[in-house]
Ligand binder design. Structure first.
Ligand code: GLP
Length: 266
């Protein structure tokens, strides 16, 4: 299987290229009279992408009326209005700035009782299937190698479920929550198996602090120590990197004439 690693001059340029791919997908689906089903991520990695999608909506009239979205994950113990919930993040950076229909937005709930979680997770999976499956899944990567909140040890076939967060992941979120003690210990996340059923996947990583885990995930063996490495087995995965995030990948890479970025197949 092939993972295409594309190394762009900057995160902004990479994000603009991805936004154009999403625009093309939305148009293609609209012509077919269908919805474009997007899997969406939170964190810093997709911020430029969301900025560009909002710009395309405001300045170029790109409509999201035929988009259905499924977010990867949500912290447990936070209601949707909590300032640090992923729902709030998505509303601020994307949903509140475009014309996506509220009924087409899906973000896992963070405020469920323990008895509600199992049935809720199964219903989340069913909603993805009912929407026709995810056309394009956007991912970031955690320094533990997580995708969504699937931490090391998560199985390749895992499904949407309640998970325990790794210490490194909680430490990375501590500043956002005003201290480690305020970072939730659990989350609901789409499983690795759920993510791998997406027809196409794009993972974004920027900056030197992602270089080591990017190299492990895409130059190393497929291993449940690094859940992102499962992407090597998917068949239609692109990894969008800036030069710093790509700095520990083994050469060679070739310049792609069309996109003016370096491309390496692994
Ligand atoms: C978070 C999210 C992931 C995200 C990752 C990287 O904890 N659950 O979906 O991809 O960590 O975050 P960032 O993009 O801020 O580096």
């Amino acid at each position: 299987m092939v993972v295409k690693c594309q190394i762009f001059p900057s995160a902004e340029i990479a994000s603009k290229a991805l936004a154009l791919e999403i625009k093309a997908l939305i148009h293609r689906r609209a012509v077919e009279g269908k919805a474009a089903v997007l899997g969406l991520a939170t964190g810093r990695s997709p911020l430029f992408l969301y900025e560009e999608l909002v710009r395309l909506h405001r300045e170029e009239g790109l409509s999201f009326a035929n988009v259905v979205s499924f977010n990867l994950d949500e912290y447990c113990g936070l209601d949707p209005e909590h300032p640090r919930s992923y729902r709030t993040f998505m509303d601020e950076h994307l949903f509140g700035c475009i014309d996506i229909l509220p009924e087409n937005i899906h973000v896992p709930a963070g405020d469920l009782s323990p008895e509600e979680i199992g049935p809720y997770c199964r219903a989340y999976e069913e909603a993805i299937v009912k929407a026709g499956g995810i056309d394009l899944q956007i991912l970031g990567i955690g320094r533990t190698g997580h995708i969504g909140f699937n931490e090391p040890g998560a199985g390749r076939a895992s499904r949407t479920a309640l998970v325990h967060l790794d210490d490194i992941t909680r430490a990375d979120a501590a500043a956002d929550f005003g201290g480690l003690e305020h970072v939730p210990s659990h989350a609901i996340t789409m499983g690795c198996g759920t993510i791998l059923e997406s027809r196409k996947i794009v993972l974004m990583a920027w900056g030197a602090n992602k270089a080591e885990i990017v190299a492990k995930a895409f130059d190393g063996p497929v291993s449940d120590d690094v859940p992102a490495s499962y992407l090597q087995e998917h068949g239609d995965v692109s990894v969008y990197l800036d030069q710093a995030a790509a700095s520990e990948l083994a050469a060679p890479v070739a310049v792609d004439q069309k996109t003016a970025c370096f491309t390496g197949l692994r």
